[in-house]
Design a protein around this ligand. Sequence first.
Ligand SMILES: [Zn+2]
Length: 101
Amino acid sequence: MPLYAYRCGSAGFTCADFEVQLAMGSAPASLPCPSCGAPARRRFTVPNLSRASSTAYQLIESTQRSASDPAVVRSPGPMSGTRPAGNITTNPLHRKLPRPD
Ligand SMILES: [Zn+2]
């Protein structure tokens, strides 16, 4: 999710800018300042979307997502623990591999 920057407009230089992580497109035009409560206007900045390559960013996103909402496996698959009967592979080259006796 992108970071949105806000700047408090009431107290001038006493309040620091702050950033809020919000869903894309859901940032309001102003938020209450965490320091003084006055409305802080949104600063329009370059979106922090392309800091990393898309592959690296997908990894970061999936890591953050798995921290808050892990993909839990509730039950093992139907084939777990048992070997399927018959030949698994149909590749003819695999017939030349050594077999346990
Ligand atoms: Zn403030």
